[in-house]
Design a protein around this ligand. Structure first.
Ligand code: FEO
Length: 412
């Protein structure tokens, strides 16, 4: 990145600045999830008599260089930092710690006790560390007193948030974050409706991919922070919410509720087909869904990346899973989808599974074992040999109507 493309630190409130590094890369986030539209790594400066940097970056594209440039834009450099607050130790927010320490050996590193233990194990740093507990404060002088609240498992067990009661800024790290590079704007009131629609999609995908397994902890954290007069939500990924902080908190609350099962009145149709026989049956199911006017999205595997399939399934109240038997078992790309659904707690959905088989079945048995723990309401499964018969088509269309009626809240 050329220096002319770099962004200055942006004032959030008196003595508080947002610095963000936009990451544009073919790398996968967490080594799994694609980020074709990038992701931002946000850090924050809080300046009293002392200077605190909240969260760090990893050495990814040129994030440390962007951080340095932005610090310089407000007359600071790495040596100006008195305290480095690490709300969360996942390396996207901490990976550059060793290099930071070399540039500034005197800054105290603050985190929860579990966070400090990760500093030791990840970075082999043992000195200048300060563990904080729930409610601890850090007085920076000039009226800037930060408070720490432990919010475990949003996203890792060591996670905390940092709160500035004077400005009403909540530095929430992963919580309330999203995928998507920000560009030159960071505040919610600066983005157009179209840009907000983009970030909403990327927020859902981020939530489903990264946070969904911890939804009960998200709910607990929101309850715990409910008494704070939050005027600005400042996460470490994505938009900074200064005009309508409640919007992102309510969005996360809604996403957390999806983990219990009932979600949007939509069906995520996920399918794989070897030679078109399962696809022919699926087309009949879709005719039934369309006849009932239910909303649906469609995802072919393995063509579509699991990141997007997961996001769509997470927000839908119902799933149609169409897959053939493959070597006496499930079509392998669908087996992977179900494994991810189990790991990411895609619970409580209304589900229809269909598929063809060639010389023998086998997918059913493996499927039933794979979904046993997911608390799904499984509609009667339909399998057939080879190409669907006329009776099969009629039954499949009927199944499509049934799942559509369930989603639309019509008694069947
Ligand atoms: Fe953005 Fe869990 O790290």
């Amino acid at each position: 990145m050329d220096v002319t493309d770099m962004l200055k630190a942006l004032p959030v409130s008196d003595g508080i600045y947002c610095i963000h590094a936009d990451i544009q890369t073919d790398d996968l986030f967490e080594g799994i999830w694609p980020i074709p539209d990038g992701v931002s790594l946000n850090t924050y400066i809080v300046k009293g008599e002392k200077v605190a940097l909240i969260d760090l970056v990893r050495d990814w594209t040129d994030a440390p260089k962007q951080l340095e440039y932005a610090l310089n834009s407000i007359g600071l450099d790495f040596s100006s930092i008195d305290y480095l607050i690490l709300n969360h130790l996942e390396p996207d927010h901490s990976g550059w710690l060793k290099e930071f320490r070399e540039k500034n050996p005197r800054a105290a590193v603050l985190s929860t006790a579990k966070g400090i233990s990760l500093v030791k194990s990840f970075f082999k740093i043992d000195t200048g560390l300060q563990a904080v507990i729930d409610g601890d404060t850090l007085d920076l002088g000039n009226g800037k007193v930060l408070t720490f609240y432990e919010t475990p498992n949003v996203h890792w067990p060591e996670t905390m948030v940092t709160w500035d009661p004077v400005s009403g800024c909540l530095f929430s790290c992963d919580a309330f974050g999203s995928f998507g590079a920000l560009g030159a704007k960071v505040f919610d009131d600066e983005f157009t409706g179209e840009e907000h629609a983009f970030f909403e999609k990327e927020c859902l995908r981020y939530y489903a991919n990264i946070v969904s397994s911890f939804s009960n902890f998200v709910e607990k954290a929101i309850q715990k922070l409910a008494g704070l007069d939050i005027k600005c939500v400042a996460p470490s990924h994505g938009i900074v919410w200064r005009k309508n902080p409640l919007a992102i908190i309510e969005r996360y609350q809604k996403y957390a509720s999806y983990a219990k099962g009932p979600a949007e009145k939509e069906i995520a149709v996920i399918w794989g087909s070897m030679y078109g026989n399962t696809k022919a049956g699926l087309d009949a199911v879709i005719r039934g869904i369309e006849a009932e006017g239910a909303a649906y999205s469609i995802h072919r595997v393995p063509d579509e990346n699991i990141s997007y399939v997961l996001a769509s399934a997470y927000k839908s109240s119902a799933l149609v899973l169409a897959m053939p038997t493959y070597e006496y078992a499930m079509f392998p790309p669908m087996a992977y989808v179900l494994d991810i659904f189990r790991r990411k707690h895609i619970y409580g959905k209304n589900v229809l599974r269909i598929g063809s088989w060639g010389w023998a079945g086998g997918a059913r048995k493996e499927y039933e074992a794979a979904v046993a723990a997911l608390k799904w309401n499984n509609l009667e499964m339909l399998e057939w040999a080879g190409y669907p018969s006329g009776d099969n088509f009629a039954a499949l269309e009927e199944r499509g109507r049934k799942i559509a009626m369930l989603v639309n809240g019509i008694q069947i």
